[in-house]
Design a protein around this ligand. Structure first.
Ligand code: DAH
Length: 338
């Protein structure tokens, strides 16, 4: 009887293939109604002699079954764990790699760097100035005294209680630099500017300018035209259409404006250029004697020109962008194009 049970068990074990079947085998022999359990229970009905003999054999078999199942289940467990780990962490070493998403510089920064390079090649140094300015440098030193109507040209963010403001243009660096440095000089000043304005397709409260200043003993309007037209042709290509028109700035005499054919409409007229086909891109002029005076320069000796181009506009014309607000909206569909 026990021999048959043992033989059956060994056959079953032979065929087992996973933890589940092992569990069933255990139940079949040692579960509550298991074959061997039944035999063990029936021992009590035997005579003492028989019980001793058969009991020993039956208990040996029970031990053997338990050991075999234990050893086998350990094997199955390791194997099944191995398989599941392999499935979860499976790596296809032949799959093509995925490039990590990489950021890049903002289009305004890229355009700024390109402009800086062109002016550096013409001997200009790059200077930076403070975004929080005093009334003195932003206005007075630039020939825009208090109560002068020209102050209305710049809607200003004033800082509370003190004589400070957010610079409305990069021109204050002209005054600051002239105070500390003697001519001849050639500088450009890139930077962020701020105006208390309603925003639309061509106005933002925050925008960028690049100021320029060139002072020497024989600097004339010919130099101004040569430098700025040269810059425009290098930046936009030799085919760029240019036009000059007179303008007014308190810190220049005379004041000028360099215009280019609008790239958004190709000169036909659109909402970006106010239907004129032309965009004003570089306000400029010969430095006003009063600006030299506040810097302490000897008037008879020095002449120079200055300009303050709107970087955002320059970038809009370069990439045919019709709304300045796109630069500041952080829309990746826009930014990823650069
Ligand atoms: N600062 C002027 C503005 O923001 C632009 C400007 C005009 C700058 C003429 C200059 C200049 O240096 O000479 O409106």
């Amino acid at each position: 009887m026990l021999d048959r049970v043992k033989q059956n068990f060994l056959n079953d074990i032979e065929k087992s293939k996973d933890l589940k079947t092992l569990e069933n085998i255990y139940k079949k022999y040692l579960g509550r109604k298991g074959e061997l359990t039944k035999i063990l229970r029936s021992l009590k009905d035997l005579s003492e002699k028989e019980r001793k003999e058969k009991g020993k054999l039956a208990n040996n078999l029970r031990q053997e079954i338990e050991e075999v199942i234990k050893a086998k289940s350990k094997k199955f467990f390791i194997k099944s764990r191995h398989v599941s780990v392999m499935q979860k962490n499976w790596i296809d070493v032949t799959a093509p790699g995925k490039l990590p998403a990489q950021g890049h510089l903002h289009p305004i920064t890229l355009v700024q760097q390109e402009i800086e390079e062109i002016f550096q090649s013409m001997g200009f140094s790059i200077i930076n100035g403070p975004e929080v300015e005093t009334e003195h440098y932003n206005f007075d030193a630039l020939n825009v005294p208090k109560n002068h109507p020209a102050r209305d040209l710049w809607d200003t963010f004033w800082l509370k209680d003190i004589d400070l403001l957010l610079r409305t243009h990069t021109s204050p660096m002209q005054a600051r630099y002239m105070e500390k440095n003697n001519p001849p000089l050639r500088i450009i000043v890139p930077g962020r500017c701020f105006r208390h304005e309603a925003t639309d397709a061509s106005h933002e409260t925050t925008f960028h300018q690049i100021e320029g200043l060139m002072i020497g003993q024989n600097i004339s309007m010919a130099n101004l035209k040569g430098v700025l037209e040269g810059f425009m042709k290098r930046f936009y290509g030799p085919q760029v259409k240019l036009r000059w028109q007179p303008s007014y700035f308190p810190f220049t005499e005379p004041g000028l404006e360099l215009l280019m054919g609008c790239s958004v409409c190709g000169g036909k007229g659109c909402s970006t250029c106010g239907q004129s086909g032309w965009m004003e891109v570089i306000p400029c002029g010969m430095v006003h004697p009063n600006v030299f005076k506040s810097a302490g320069y000897v008037l008879e000796r020095w002449q120079g020109f200055a300009f303050g181009m709107g970087l955002d506009r320059i970038a809009m014309m370069k990439h045919k962008i019709d709304d300045i607000r796109l630069f500041y909206s952080n829309d990746l569909r826009f930014l990823n194009q650069f």
